[in-house]
Design a protein around this ligand. Structure first.
Ligand SMILES: [Zn+2]
Length: 325
């Protein structure tokens, strides 16, 4: 890692285990083994979103429409179909933003597969919006073992988007402004009533098609999970402005200063202390998120879902109150 080719990259970490710059996380290849193989080879990269495979897992976006592993046009309905004899080497899949663990639990053929939640590393603010929480030694081997064994003392939980917020939860056409739950898509035979072309089939629909268990199926033996909304979205909702607004950043920085990390604010910080460090509305927003008390217009065809934590009426009241001071 310290060779000349790499030294031109500015790193904010030591280069021993890999490094991070403004856009990417770089990790070394630890081991390469060769095996004779005859047959087709796939690059699972697709437009805009990518699916990647590595040593042990389909590491990203398994359910993204069209051509990801479980996408509607991939031609595969299982890991075995996709990877053939090599499927036995895959012991984890990444659930993507638009699906969460319970949706995957509905497929009994994934019972022995670990479900992990990774983040895109192409933009710094988005790192960590989904994550895996381990209690292990900080080494490649220990983390791999935790994923493989699903030992609840080591693989504690995953952090997930609310799947409705993901870009491919429901079916639809963005340009035609059509968004459908699976039942509605079925009624229209998968065809967009505006342009007459096939609708982009979202993750709920694909899970429904491949699942052999009912909705709301749970399994206490699986690694637990927590759904979170990113802090900038919560602050934006509380202030009734877009999450990129300057006023959002100001509150965000106050909270990070007070509680050290975004995860700590979202997961652990006492609501009363959040109110003291920022405002009662932001604290209320965090509490509602923790209790899943929010509504989400589901994402579809590349459009993120829209999170609503406060009703329009409540927002009016908040605006009135803040204008009093
Ligand atoms: Zn259309």
């Amino acid at each position: 890692m310290k060779t000349e080719e790499f030294s031109r990259f500015k790193s904010i970490t030591g280069n021993k285990y890999g490094w991070i710059d403004n856009e990417y996380v770089y990790l070394p290849i630890y081991n390469i083994q060769t095996e004779n193989y005859k047959g087709e080879v796939y690059n699972l990269e697709i437009e805009e979103d990518n699916s990647y495979t590595c040593e042990f897992a389909t590491v990203h976006n398994c359910w993204t429409p069209w051509f990801s592993v479980f996408g509607s046009m991939s031609g595969f309905d299982s890991l075995e179909e996709c990877f053939g004899a090599y499927a036995k080497n895959i012991f984890a899949i990444e659930t993507g933003l638009s699906s969460d663990p319970p949706m995957n639990w509905r497929l009994s053929k994934l019972d022995n597969i670990s479900l992990i939640s990774n983040s895109d590393s192409h933009s710094l603010q988005r790192i960590g919006r989904e994550a895996n929480v381990f209690d292990t030694e900080l080494s490649y081997k220990a983390i791999m073992d935790a994923i493989k064994s699903r030992d609840p003392k080591k693989f504690l939980y995953t952090i997930e988007f609310f799947p409705e917020e993901g870009k491919y939860h429901f079916d639809g056409h963005r340009v035609c402004n059509i968004v459908y739950p699976p039942e509605e898509t079925k009624k229209h035979k998968g065809i967009c009533p505006v342009c007459g072309k096939p609708l982009t089939v979202g993750v709920v629909n694909r899970v429904d098609a491949l699942a052999d268990r009912p909705e709301n199926y749970t399994d206490p033996r699986r690694v637990p999970y927590k759904n979170l909304v990113t802090l900038d979205s919560i602050i934006g909702e509380a202030l009734d402005v877009g999450k990129a607004a300057k006023s959002v950043m100001k509150e965000y920085e106050k909270l990070i200063k007070a509680f050290k990390s975004e995860f700590n604010v979202l997961l652990n910080a006492p609501v009363k202390e959040i109110a003291l460090a920022s405002s009662a509305e932001i604290a209320e927003g965090v509490e509602r998120m923790r209790n899943g008390k929010l509504t989400i217009e589901p994402g579809f065809d590349g459009e993120y879902g829209i999170i609503k934590i406060f009703s329009d009426e409540e927002k009016k009241n908040i605006a009135k109150q803040s204008s009093l001071f």
